[in-house]
Design a protein around this ligand. Structure first.
Ligand code: EPU
Length: 436
């Protein structure tokens, strides 16, 4: 039977977690590099890929299209993908519906085969998440969009099997849109310019790898990216080494700030987390930031850290993917804070779980909450906490660790989508957590 719950013994606010946490590779770039395999004439190799549920789903989705995906038997963080025999360009399976990131496959498939079908996006646990910007951009590159007779999918076709370059302005920054259109442009005819592109470090890392395999891309990591289309890429004996996951690292930094006592976060890139590190330092957190690690000493001062307001923002601003975790931090600071969610509506479902534990939070509207800090969290009998999505899942685990008493967290399959072996990593630093 699927073990879908955590039982967690809370630390009652005592800083007790010590030792080392090793950060895994970033799932949000590994997924896109996996999708890019379709642009290659030969096999691609990846390493430091986090062996999470989303990665396994992307592997299955590629296989359902005819690709060959092989995880290394001894080291599941390494894999090879060959799309030489890929023929199926229909992405309308349940797998594609279940994973928003599958939309990134439309770019490489359309660009290589001239046709792709994709399910209409349904509701999602963190907001509506439409694909209108992708569709608008494909039309500019010459594609035709046909809505499926079933009413649940659409077909995108490029005349003469080839997209053409275009000057595309994204109405707002989209991570998946930028990556997908950058990949679509690699096999298109002529030059594509993507304006108002997202600037997340994962986009630059993906581009750098594709460039090393023959793509002509300039400007990734800035708002304007220029791509000149050409032939299928070649692996050139390059292995893609996944960059450290800045959201996993950021989640553990917040945990370190709350519960660390001689805790080191290893294999991270603090340059990718400036917004978080700077606000925590201002709030009073003692941490020693090095080139690729962060160390938390025991906080000797017996005063509460300062509260602050947070507004989520595209990179390099404060990431939406750390919004639930920082809200847990703010339940422990001195004073009142506001959290504004600007990227996704409906990303406050975890608040009801924090309130169950005694946090003083008011939902002002679907984009804003107000937190009065300084309350010791406590588990009451019969409370069951829920992981509503990947990041909200980490937030409730963090709240349960902070609280007094034993908690149950259900629906942890959401956490497994994005955090590699979270329970095992937590056990290594002294947390009492069991998967049941
Ligand atoms: N949007 C549209 N139309 C589009 C595309 C996007 O309205 O055609 C909207 C979205 O609904 C959202 C905003 O634009 O309101 C930004 O969405 P974006 O496209 O940037 O998000 P994404 O590519 O779907 C990735 C990450 C998310 C992360 C966001 C924002 C992956 C697989 N997912 O999603 O990660 O929250 O960027 O940084 O890369 C997570 O890891 O837990 C996660 C949700």
């Amino acid at each position: 039977m699927l073990k879908n719950k955590f039982i967690i013994e809370g630390l009652g606010g005592n800083k007790k977690l010590k030792g080392e946490i090793k950060i895994s590779g970033a799932k949000n770039v590994a997924l896109k590099v996996m999708a890019s395999s379709i642009l290659f004439e030969d096999e691609i190799n990846l390493e430091d890929v986090p062996y999470t549920e989303d990665i396994k789903k992307m592997a299955s989705l590629l296989e359902s299209c005819g690709a060959k995906v092989s995880f290394d038997k001894k080291n599941h963080n390494k894999l090879r993908i060959s799309t030489k025999d890929l023929k199926n360009t229909d992405l309308t399976t349940d797998l594609a519906k279940a994973m928003r990131a599958s939309v990134v496959l439309t770019g490489p498939i359309l660009s290589r085969f001239g046709r792709v079908t994709f399910p209409l996006p349904g509701g999602c646990v963190i907001g509506a998440r439409p694909v209108d910007l992708f569709i608008k951009a494909y039309k500019k590159m010459g594609a035709k969009i046909i809505f499926g007779k079933d009413g649940n999918s659409f077909e995108i076709i490029s005349p003469n099997n080839k997209l053409h370059g275009a000057d595309i302005f994204f109405d707002f920054q989209t991570v998946g849109g930028t990556e997908t259109l950058m990949m679509a442009a690699i096999l298109a005819k002529g030059k594509t310019i993507l304006r108002n592109s997202a600037m997340e470090p994962e986009i630059k890392s993906l581009a750098d790898y594709l460039i090393s395999c023959g793509a002509d891309i300039k400007g990734a990591g800035t708002p304007t990216i220029e791509i000149v289309g050409g032939n299928l890429l070649k692996n050139n004996d390059e292995t893609y080494k996944t960059i450290p996951d800045r959201i996993e690292a950021g989640s553990f930094i917040i945990l370190g700030a709350l519960l660390g006592d001689g805790l080191t976060i290893k294999n991270c890139n603090p340059e990718h987390m400036e917004s978080l590190i700077s606000i925590l330092k201002e709030s009073g957190v003692d941490m020693n930031v090095k080139k690729d690690s962060i160390f938390f000493e025991k906080n000797k001062r017996n005063v509460k850290n300062k509260s602050f307001n947070i507004r989520t923002h595209e990179y390099p601003g404060f990431p939406t993917d750390l919004q639930p975790q920082i809200a847990v931090y703010l339940t422990q600071t001195d004073g009142e804070s506001r959290v504004f969610e600007t990227i996704f509506e409906g990303r406050f479902k975890y608040v009801e779980d924090l309130i169950k534990l005694g946090a003083d939070i008011t939902i002002m509207n679907e984009r804003e909450i107000s937190i009065r800090g300084g309350k010791q969290l406590k588990v009451s009998e019969d409370d069951e906490l829920t992981a509503h999505d990947i990041r909200a899942g980490f937030a409730v685990v963090l709240a349960a660790l902070l609280a007094e008493g034993r908690s149950t967290v259900s629906n942890i399959h959401f956490i497994d989508r994005g955090y590699e072996k979270l329970d095992e990593k937590l056990k290594l630093i002294g947390a009492k957590i069991k998967r049941v």
